[in-house]
Design a protein around this ligand. Structure first.
Ligand SMILES: [Zn+2]
Length: 885
């Protein structure tokens, strides 16, 4: 079982030790040639002066490298003077200060893991975070070793006219045999995970930005020539992000040039390499004809996110990978604030909370739950999770809420000033916040160190005689794998009281007169808050703006929720009231379905929706969100035991009932929100389209010929991808033969028109993989055989296999277990090529404990089948073994 021991090797936070050696300067020379790339690295090393005893043994990371030459201070080392095995190059005795040079051969064209240097559609590119640089050359591949990089790339001039790396270009020239070279120098010290190289035949959109201090920065986005017309939105978003970071955080860009390159084969969304961001095409290309509103918003958010990393991640980086949320949580907070400022704050919050409550809460309740600052991992790639990113952002948001914007900004200023150019920890970040605000964060650190979603139960007591209203709070947190017994969290709960005519003024000691909003800090297991001079029995509006990532329980009756939905001054909580109302009603329907009782929809939901549909004064984007019933994933997360069919049937029933009873209102909404203006991805148009297409989705719950024809007309006439896809999805999921005929015709036309646009083909795949009608698995198998499908391309894998297994529960969890067998088969094929993507696909199976016995058994058996494979990657091994423990 030697293999298994190797797989189970665990890295622990408490074992952290500063590096024995530092690398002051790194000089790289890449000779890109078909069949073999030679990498020559010259490293200026010295023993870390921080250690009292100087280290003599040098250990460098290196994976899959063919060593050609190795020299120390210019002298070639004999094979007896070093050893290279098991991912490490060891030189037992080195001086205190020395230069090490190595030449290795690597094979980018055969690299299917998409880590290190690889090829995507003939283009050379890199992905080094977290541990990809060791697949390029021997190095101290850890984020706390920062070095100044000079990189020379040499390649064939005809095939690879564009040669890019980090920093500024400093020299270039021609080489014999039709080749050329370019040298780049990055003046900012950085860890190896931020290294990047790109070589290819690329077109470029160029623009510029003048920073607040008056420096001119060249902006360049590189793509395949055919995509040059899809860059306006990314460039616009980039300039907005640069200006916003100056305004909001006082942070300016630092190099003379900022580059983005779009790559089709990419494991993640995008990567913030210093000065040379590499993007998944799906996060940079946008055009009305080929991109949905959601796609436009994603481009804006991801461009901003990666740009913001230039400070939160690059200038100040992570000491080790346990600190991943230091850069990711903080940067997600920054990009979500940016999006909130660019569009609607309330809507952005609703979207973020939806993601958190479905994906992150489910992760926090499952076998792979981990704290925002984990204390151990087997494979760091498995920790690029919703917990590190989204919950990490929520934790930063709570600091912002506790401190207020001014003290928070002072904390950020102090953090960047104090740690510029350094690799630091989450504790350093919080210490800066504590120092700038004078607050004590010792209890707050529980948010970083304890996994699990806290539960807060609240009860209200109104005393009409004394005119007081008391809220009693109780907090608890279920056990998670790393810790059974949790200390109480410090939970900021923003709240108000709603009366007959809206918000009531709050009278609590210490609060300014006239305030209608308070941030209550829950720090004990139980705690109370008393309001004075409360003239009427109020309805509490709790956790406004979702001020903490907790599950809050309050025993609202449905009429109270309707009141909050009408009157709460907090937009988020209005949505939340509608959401709670719908959840309660759906849960009742699920229980009725399981008990074999006839289903009946509570008329209060219909009436509440009718009111929203006919009130022209309301924010259309918010209405669209309120009218969207909670998804099956969220209902599953809330369920004790996930009854897949009952959840699906109950939700479908509610949608159909709403469509039937509100048909005239939905028809009016549909017509009233059609627009003749030319497409723009602005908040106002997006809101209108979302209402328009929401109405269509409801109406197509009915098998009514003229409504089906309307969807077909929309498909036929749409001038933008949002309306096209909405029509196609409505047809695909409507079982009427007329709808299915239209859907077949639409799928054919869609593919014929867009087959050369890879990103559009991904959407075409995804919509079919999501189709809830029976026969999903057979349809997905057919898609895998489609010529446009490619298992080596992560976007294709996500659009078919990922979309099916994570987004089509009623077909994936079919009773005979065929969905699980299918997923195992795909994961095992993929595991040998691209372990990161394979391991990620396992997520739906890891939730097996929440399913009824027969399904749970089949899911468990599927995971066991993965685990017995002898050559399994450590990525998949970690996920499968944790899921089964
Ligand atoms: Zn990031």
């Amino acid at each position: 079982m030697a293999m298994r021991d190797a797989q189970a090797r665990v890295t622990r936070l408490r074992d952290y030790r500063a590096p024995d050696f530092l690398i002051d300067r790194t000089e790289l020379h890449f000779d890109l040639r078909p069949g073999e790339t030679l990498v020559r690295a010259t490293l200026a090393l010295r023993a870390n002066p921080g250690h009292p005893v100087r280290a003599r043994e040098l250990r460098l990371h290196g994976e899959g490298l063919q060593l050609r030459e190795l020299a120390l201070d210019g002298r070639a080392l004999a094979p007896a003077e070093y050893s290279y095995s098991d991912g490490e190059l060891v030189i037992p005795d080195v001086p205190a200060v020395f230069e090490l040079s190595s030449t290795v051969a690597i094979h980018p064209e055969a690299n299917t893991s998409l880590e290190g240097l690889y090829q995507s559609r003939g283009l050379y590119c890199t992905q080094c975070e977290a541990e990809g640089f060791r697949k390029i050359t021997f190095y101290l591949d850890r984020p706390d070793v920062l070095s100044e990089f000079t990189t020379t790339i040499e390649a064939d001039q005809g095939a690879f006219p564009v040669l890019l790396s980090n920093g500024n270009p400093v020299a270039e020239g021609a080489a014999p045999g039709g080749r050329h070279w370019v040298t780049w120098h990055d003046p900012f010290q950085k860890p190896a995970y931020l290294f990047a190289l790109v070589a290819g035949d690329l077109a470029c959109m160029e623009d510029s930005f003048t920073t607040a201090s008056g420096r001119n920065v060249a902006l360049r986005i590189y793509v395949e020539p055919k995509d040059l017309d899809k860059l306006d939105h990314a460039m616009y978003s980039l300039k907005q992000a640069m200006a916003w970071d100056e305004r909001r955080f006082g942070l300016e860009y630092d190099l003379d040039i900022f580059m983005i390159v779009a790559v089709d084969d990419f494991n993640m969304g995008a990567m913030e390499n210093k000065g040379l961001n590499i993007f998944n095409t799906s996060c940079v290309l946008a055009h009305p004809e080929t991109t949905t509103d959601l796609g436009f918003q994603r481009v804006e958010a991801v461009v901003a996110h990666e740009y913001f990393h230039n400070w939160s991640g690059n200038r100040v980086t992570c000491r080790d990978w346990f600190q991943l949320s230091l850069k990711e949580g903080f940067t997600v907070f920054r990009d979500s604030e940016f999006s909130a400022d660019m569009g609607s704050r309330t809507i952005k919050r609703v979207e973020d909370v939806n993601l958190l409550r479905t994906a992150q809460f489910a992760e926090d309740a499952g076998p792979t739950a981990h704290p925002v600052q984990p204390d151990a991992y087997q494979e760091i790639s498995n920790f690029y999770t919703v917990t590190i990113y989204e919950k990490g952002a929520e934790v930063v948001r709570m600091i912002h809420t506790l401190l207020g914007p001014d003290a928070f900004r002072r904390g950020c200023d102090l953090y960047f000033e104090r740690h510029d150019g350094a690799a630091v920890t989450i504790e350093d970040f919080v210490a800066a916040m504590a120092e700038a605000s004078g607050r004590d964060f010792s209890q707050f650190m529980g948010w970083y160190r304890q996994a699990g979603t806290p539960r807060v139960a609240v009860r209200g007591h109104y005393d009409a005689g004394a005119q007081t209203y008391r809220l009693d709070f109780t907090q608890s947190c279920p056990p998670t794998p790393e810790c059974a017994d949790k200390a109480p969290f410090q939970i900021p709960i923003r709240l108000g009281l709603v009366g007959r005519n809206g918000d009531l003024p709050l009278h609590v000691s210490g609060l300014a007169e006239g305030a209608t909003d308070i941030v209550f800090e829950l720090t004990e297991s139980t705690q109370s808050l008393v309001f004075e001079r409360v003239g009427e029995a109020p309805i509490p509006s709790l956790l406004r703006g979702f001020s903490a990532p907790v599950k809050l329980a309050f025993d609202y009756d449905r009429d109270e929720l309707v009141q909050l939905l009408r009157r709460d001054s907090d937009g988020f909580n209005r949505w939340e009231a509608g959401n709670r109302l719908a959840v309660g009603i759906l849960q009742e329907l699920i229980a009725d379905d399981l008990a074999g009782r006839p289903l009946a929809l509570d008329a209060r939901l219909v009436e509440a929706y009718r009111e929203l549909l006919t009130d022209p004064a309301l924010d259309p984007a918010l209405v669209a969100h309120i009218l969207t019933l909670p998804g099956e994933a969220y209902l599953s997360e809330l369920a004790e035991i996930i009854e897949v069919e009952a959840i699906h049937r109950a939700r479908q029933f509610a949608r159909r009932e709403l469509a039937q009873r509100l048909r005239p209102e939905f028809e009016a909404l549909y017509t009233g929100n059609r627009s003749a203006e030319s497409y723009r991805a602005n908040a106002e148009q997006i809101a209108r389209r979302s209402l328009h297409n929401l109405a269509l989705a409801y109406l197509l719950q009915l098998e009514v010929p003229e409504l089906i024809d309307r969807a077909w007309q929309q498909f036929d006439q749409a001038d933008n991808m949002t309306d096209t896809n909405a029509a196609l999805v409505s047809l695909l999921n409507n079982p009427a033969p007329q709808a299915q005929d239209h859907a077949r015709e639409a799928l054919g036309r869609y593919y014929a028109r867009w087959q050369s646009e890879s990103l559009v083909v991904n959407q075409w795949f995804q919509m079919q993989a999501w189709c809830v009608l029976p026969g999903g698995l057979e349809r997905v198998r057919a898609l895998l055989a489609h010529p446009a499908f490619d298992l080596r391309n992560p976007n294709k894998v996500r659009s078919v296999i990922g979309a099916f297994s994570a987004g089509n529960p009623v077909n994936f969890h079919r009773a005979d277990g065929a969905g699980y067998a299918f997923l195992v088969e795909q994961v095992l094929t993929l595991d040998a090529m691209n372990p990161q993507i394979a391991a990620r696909l396992l997520t739906p199976l890891t939730r097996w404990r929440k399913y009824p016995q027969a399904r749970a058994g089949a899911m468990r058996a599927a995971l066991e089948q993965v685990l017995v494979v002898p050559e399994l990657s450590k990525d998949s091994f970690e996920i499968a073994s944790k899921a089964l423990r």
